[in-house]
Design a protein. Structure first.
Length: 558
């Protein structure tokens, strides 16, 4: 149209990577340069909690302070939990978040240097070897009691450390503990373990059997942060007590200090975040896999229809908060809606339980088609709309019609209901009190005749319905909606012992429908809106052999 406004397309809308600085997200000493790191352990798939850390690191290095550097570093120090599958999965998850790290590294790249630092800290008299059994050590730390080996000679500790590195039975009995304070009020400073031998000598997925003893994350992280030039270490508030240990290690080894910026971890109602519980659901076949749309994993929420832009906007808005709260999902999906509305073309889908209608008063003979905008506000191109004397509408709509009532056929015009044929049998139901359920008491309609009234005032009608001409190649589709996996907002400690009892009985709902001819051209990952049904992400593109599958995207109103 000649008087149309400039199109507000996604391409000319503000992009996350070009967003303006957020004042409350400023970092100290940023003028000298910003280097951040995201250090996941390759022991599982990333979930939405990890995504907050990843996106904030990316935000500071590439958006808030352009020209910075972000490191994706795999904290591969625990051979008993980690493997290459999870490592590769995390790289894919980071890509799904729209993040392109400047550097990808591994803590295992620095094992030799960390080993040298362990020797250095022992020689400085700031660490010692200990063979106290784990359960006893935990009890002694709780009671603030010193280890019997705390004052052993440096030579003895070095000898035990050397034995640890050979992986012998004797060596595996020992560990190395930092000599900080056995009775400190901060439990993380009560001589924490900094090097240990795995219970079983599981080969490392990158270094094989080269090493027999490994540093703890708490010892390796500050060392590698300093070596790699990290300027700002982003950590959740759950590490607050360990921050003192982080700083102590850097000072004890005379390494460059790193500024710690804390933020709250993120939790959502009716959501399982535990790797153990999620793994059990996957292995039991309760869900389709780690990318199940009901999962809080990065690949799960992305498959549900969460966009990178929506996710980043939400995380940045939450970033400065230090309070850990059990959030509702509505807020994040509301932000996501603002993103998808810009790019979601509008189409029509009619449920399988529909009513066949005859249309009279057509402006021309036979089926005809017109080109209509895919979106009323944004320039997403045009679609084909087919008009004819044969259409289908939703049964739910038809059951509310009265003879001679005027309604509006969306994207066409008004029409009068001239004839209604009802089904011979009528479903009925009552509540426990014997009161009739209103909607189910409405009689099913078998067919309708509608007379077009294209000059009618659509503002005057109360019912505006969707419809499809059957004189087009309709697309068979499945519409899938999901509920939360948990039926309870938050599990108590008592609930944890039988958490499976709190799983929602049914959390996946599938219905069949047919869509307009334009949907044949929809591809996997396309986001669209079916009028009056909501936003959907295409999970499986329609073809001659298979139905199209579309996952409903929450919008925060549900």
């Amino acid at each position: 149209m000649a008087d149309a406004k400039p199109p507000k397309t996604k391409d000319n809308a503000p992009k996350g990577k070009k967003a303006p600085k957020v004042k409350q997200m400023e970092l100290p000493n940023a003028a000298a340069g910003v280097v951040t790191r995201f250090p996941p352990e390759p022991s599982g798939y990333l979930h939405i909690g990890h995504s907050k850390a990843a996106l904030l690191n990316d935000f500071f290095a590439h958006i808030q302070y352009p020209g910075g550097k972000m490191i994706l570093r795999f904290d591969d120090t625990n051979t008993e939990k980690e493997n290459a599958e999870f490592q590769d999965a995390i790289r894919e998850d980071v890509a799904l978040l729209g993040i392109k790290p400047d550097v990808i590294s591994y803590t295992s790249d620095y094992f030799d240097q960390i080993d040298e630092y362990c020797v250095q800290i022992i020689k400085a008299g700031k660490a010692y070897a200990d063979d106290t059994p784990g359960d006893v050590m935990s009890a002694m730390r709780l009671a603030r009691e010193p280890s019997a080996h705390r004052d052993d000679s440096i030579e003895d500790s070095l000898a035990h450390y050397a034995e640890m590195k050979t992986g012998t039975d004797e060596g595996r009995r020992w560990c190395i503990r930092a000599k900080i304070s056995h009775a400190n009020d901060n439990a993380s400073l009560r001589d924490p373990v900094i090097f240990r031998c795995p219970k079983n000598q599981t080969p490392h997925h990158r270094t094989g059997t080269k090493y027999k003893a490994y540093p703890t994350y708490q010892f390796a992280c500050p060392i590698v942060d300093s070596i790699e030039g990290v300027t700002h270490a982003l950590r959740t508030t759950e590490y607050n007590d360990q921050d003192a240990q982080y700083k102590w290690i850097l000072k004890a080894l005379e390494l460059r200090p790193v500024y710690i910026w804390t933020f709250s971890k993120i939790q959502f109602v009716r959501t399982l975040m535990s790797k153990r519980k999620l793994t059990k659901l996957v292995n039991a076949g309760t869900v389709s896999g780690w990318d199940d749309p009901r999962f809080p994993t990065v690949r799960g929420i992305r498959r549900r229809g969460m966009t990178v832009e929506g996710l980043r906007d939400f995380m940045v808005s939450q970033g400065p908060s230090k309070n850990v709260v059990n959030m509702d999902w509505h807020t994040i999906w509301t932000m996501n809606k603002k993103v998808i509305d810009l790019k979601a073309a509008r189409y029509t889908a009619i449920d399988a339980n529909h009513v066949v209608c005859k249309i009279t008063g057509l402006p021309q003979d036979g089926p005809y088609e017109e080109s209509k905008p895919k979106h009323a506000k944004y320039d997403l191109g045009n679609k084909k709309v087919v008009y004819s004397g044969n259409i289908i509408i939703e049964q739910e709509d038809a059951r509310t019609f009265a003879k001679d009532e005027e309604i509006t056929l969306m994207n066409w015009g008004n029409a009068y209901i001239r004839d209604i044929e009802y089904a011979k049998t009528t479903p009925s139901s009552t509540t426990a009190d014997g009161v009739a359920d209103g909607i189910s008491q409405l009689q099913n309609v078998s067919s309708l005749t509608l007379e077009l009234h294209l000059d009618g005032d659509f503002k005057a009608t109360k019912k505006k319905i969707t419809w499809l001409s059957t004189d087009q190649h309709l697309v068979p589709i499945e519409l899938v909606d999901f509920d939360h996996l948990l039926a309870k907002d938050k599990l108590t400690e008592e609930d944890e012992t039988h958490w499976e009892d709190f799983l929602t009985k049914q959390s996946e709902f599938t219905s069949e429908a047919v869509a307009d001819v334009n949907v044949w051209n929809v591809n996997v990952d396309d986001v669209l809106q079916f009028d009056r049904k909501g936003y959907f992400r295409c999970d499986k593109a329609p073809s001659k052999e298979t139905k199209g599958v579309f996952f409903k995207i929450p919008t925060g109103k549900e």
